[in-house]
Design a protein around this ligand. Structure first.
Ligand code: SF4
Length: 549
C-alpha cells in the first residue's frame, strides 16, 4: 500500500505534558540558536487534552522554567494558595492527622485540570511552530533494516471495519519519519511496549508497577462547606481500601464551585474480588466525603493508571533515534503524588539533548545518552532518587511499612533495603479467594453513578465498526482457568464495564467485550493475572473526551 511519508527532525508520540513541554522547549532552543527544527506531535485523542487526566495539584517548577510568564499567558489555574489536610478514615469516622508529611505540602502549587493544561500548552506549541496533530494514533514504530534504529512512527489506518476490510472512508496511516522519535504515550504505551521488546529497553530493570485512579469533577451547591474550607487539598487513607491495600482518596477544590475527587488503588492488590470503581463509590459515601460533596452533580468522570515504580523501574531512556519521556519513562514522583512537573521536566531535558544531537549531526544512542545524564543531575533526578523505594514500602504490611517509610525519610530515600524489590501487578492476585463484594448504597444518577453513566460522562466515543482494540490471544482461558481461579477479575478492575461474563448455553460462562466503552486506562493489560489482554490503539480520534479532568 502506498503511504504518505512526512519528514521531521523530531516526532513526539503523545501530547501530554511531557511531549508538549519537550516540543515547546525544542522550538525555544531552535529560536535561540537561529536554526530551524521541524517538530511534530501526534496524539490519539480527538482534541488536545481530551486524553489527559491527573489529580492535579501541579508543582509549577518545570512550568516556570519553560514559560516564566505562564500566568500572563493565561495558564488555567483553578485554585492556589493551597493548604493541606490529611485524614485517616475508618468506616464511620475521619481522624485528621496533626501534621502533614513534608513531601505532601503544597505551598506554591496550584490545582489544575490536566485536560485544560494540555490544551493550553498545545496552543502555545502551535504558536511556536510545532505541527500538532490530534486524532492520530501511533500504531507502529518504524525501524531501519537492521532493526536497531528507530526511524519514526506509522499512524493507524482509518476506515477499517470489524473484519479488517476497508470501508468507503478508508484512509491509510501516514509514515512520520524523524531523526529522533520521542515516546511520550503516558503509562503503558502500546507503541513503546512493542518497540521496547525489540530494543530491550526494560531489560534488567525492575518491573513497571501501577495504580489505577478513578476521578470525577463535581459541581457543588453554593452552600457547600468545601467551598469555604481553609484546606483546598484533602488526602485520605484507610477506608475503603483498608491498610493492606495501597492507595487513598483526594479532594481538590477547583474554580467555578467545582471539586476534583478521586480514589487511587495500587494494582498490586491481592483480592480478586476487589473492584476499584466500587471502592470509589464507597469512598464517596464515607461521611466526611459525602458531607463535603452533598448536593453536588458529577460533571465529568474518567480513569487512568499511574506508573509508580519510579527510579528503579525507569527503562533505558534512549536508543538509536529514540528517547522515552514522562509517564512512559516512569518519571512520576509517587511520594509527592505528582507527575505533571516531572513529566514536563523530562520532556525539556530530552529537548535539550536532542537540540545538541541535531546540531552535531549525530542522533545515535550514545549522542542521546546525555538525556539520562541531564536527568540524573537535575532536580528531577534528585526528586526521583528520594522516592526510589517509596512505592515498594507502601506495598509492605502496615507495621513494616511505617518502619521503612520512616527510615527512608531519614536517609534521603535509601531506607533499610535499597533497592527494595517490586512485584509485577499481574502476579499478586490470590487464586480461589472469593468473597461477596462490599455493598454500595443506592446510585442516584447525579452524584453517585454506575459505570455506564460514568462512561457517558467521560464523553467516550469510538467508531463502532472497527477491529477490536483489545487483543486476547487465548480466549479459551477467560472462561476456564481465569474464571475458575479468579472469577474473571477483568469484569471488576475495568472501570468502563468493557468486560462482562454472560451465561452461555449449558450454563457455561462466556466473555463479552464492549470495547467502545474503553476509557484507555490500560488497567486490564496491567492487572490481568494470565497476561492475556493486550491493549492496542483504536482508530485515532476515539476514546474519552475530557475537558475539565
Ligand atoms: Fe481500562 Fe482496559 Fe477497561 Fe479500557 S478495557 S477502560 S483500558 S481496563
Amino acid at each position: 500500500m502506498e503511504r504518505e511519508r512526512l519528514e521531521f527532525d523530531v516526532v513526539f508520540v503523545g501530547a501530554g505534558p511531557a511531549g508538549l513541554a519537550g516540543a515547546i522547549r525544542l522550538k525555544q532552543l531552535a529560536a535561540e540558536r537561529g536554526r530551524e527544527i521541524e517538530v511534530c506531535v501526534i496524539d490519539k485523542a480527538p482534541a488536545l487534552g481530551a486524553h489527559s487526566l491527573s489529580g492535579a495539584v501541579v508543582d509549577p517548577r518545570a512550568l516556570a522554567e519553560l514559560l516564566p510568564d505562564y500566568r500572563e499567558r493565561g495558564c488555567p489555574i483553578e485554585e492556589e494558595g493551597l493548604r493541606d489536610a490529611v485524614f485517616y478514615l475508618t468506616a464511620a469516622k475521619a481522624l485528621r492527622l496533626p501534621w502533614v508529611p513534608p513531601f505532601l505540602h503544597n505551598e506554591g502549587a496550584f490545582v489544575g485540570s490536566l485536560s485544560k493544561l494540555c490544551a493550553w500548552l498545545g496552543a502555545i506549541a502551535e504558536e511556536a511552530g510545532v505541527n500538532v496533530f490530534p486524532g492520530f494514533a501511533g500504531v507502529e514504530a518504524l525501524f531501519d533494516d537492521a532493526g536497531g534504529r528507530v526511524l519514526g512512527v506509522r499512524t493507524g489506518d482509518k476506515g477499517v471495519d470489524k473484519q479488517g476490510r476497508r470501508k468507503g472512508n478508508f484512509e491509510p496511516g501516514v509514515d512520520l519519519l524523524a531523526k529522533v522519535t520521542v515516546f511520550a504515550e503516558g503509562p503503558r504505551g502500546s507503541l513503546l511496549r512493542e518497540a521496547a521488546k525489540r530494543l530491550g529497553l526494560f531489560d534488567g530493570r525492575m518491573p513497571q508497577v501501577f495504580e489505577t485512579a478513578v476521578k470525577e469533577v463535581i459541581e457543588l451547591p453554593e452552600a457547600s462547606p468545601f467551598l469555604t474550607a481553609p484546606e483546598a487539598v484533602i488526602h485520605t487513607f484507610g477506608f475503603p481500601l483498608g491498610l493492606h491495600t495501597k492507595g487513598g482518596g483526594f479532594l481538590y477544590r477547583m474554580a467555578e464551585r467545582r471539586v476534583a475527587l478521586g480514589l487511587v488503588v495500587g494494582l498490586d492488590y491481592a483480592d480478586p474480588m476487589l473492584e476499584p470503581y466500587r471502592e470509589f463509590l464507597r469512598f464517596k459515601r464515607h461521611p466526611l466525603v459525602a458531607g463535603l460533596i452533598a448536593g453536588g452533580r458529577v460533571l465529568q468522570q474518567g480513569a487512568k493508571t499511574l506508573p509508580v515504580g519510579g527510579w528503579y523501574s525507569m527503562p533505558r531512556l534512549c536508543a538509536d533515534g529514540a528517547l522515552v519521556i514522562g509517564d512512559s519513562a516512569c518519571t512520576l514522583n509517587a511520594r509527592r503524588l505528582k507527575g505533571v512537573h516531572t513529566a514536563m521536566k523530562s520532556g525539556m531535558l530530552a529537548a535539550e539533548t536532542i537540540a545538541e544531537a541535531l546540531a552535531a549531526g549525530d542522533t545515535g544512542a550514545s549522542a542521546l545518552e546525555g538525556y539520562r545524564r541531564r536527568l540524573e543531575e537535575s532536580w528531577l533526578g534528585e526528586e526521583l532518587r528520594q522516592a526510589r523505594n517509596f512505592s515498594q514500602a507502601l506495598s509492605r504490611p502496615p507495621a513494616s511499612r511505617v518502619v521503612h517509610l520512616g527510615a527512608q525519610m531519614l536517609s534521603r530515600g535509601r531506607g533499610l533495603v535499597d533497592p527494595m524489590p517490586l512485584h509485577e501487578d499481574c502476579s499478586t492476585l490470590r487464586p480461589g479467594v472469593f468473597r461477596e463484594p462490599a455493598p454500595v448504597a443506592d446510585l442516584d444518577g447525579t452524584l453517585y453513578l454506575d459505570k455506564l453513566t460514568g462512561v457517558y460522562l467521560s464523553g467516550t466515543r469510538h467508531e463502532e465498526d472497527q477491529p477490536c482494540h483489545l487483543h486476547i490471544p487465548h480466549p479459551e482461558l477467560c472462561t476456564t482457568r481465569c474464571w475458575q481461579e479468579y472469577r474473571s477479575p477483568c469484569t471488576r478492575f475495568c472501570p468502563g464495564q468493557v468486560y462482562e461474563i454472560e451465561t452461555a448455553e449449558g450454563g457455561r460462562p462466556r466473555l463479552k467485550l464492549n470495547p467502545s466503552n474503553c476509557l484507555h486506562c490500560k488497567t486490564c493489560e496491567i492487572k490481568d493475572p494470565l497476561r492475556n489482554i493486550l491493549w492496542n490503539c483504536p482508530e485515532g480520534g476515539g476514546g474519552p473526551n475530557w475537558t475539565i479532568l
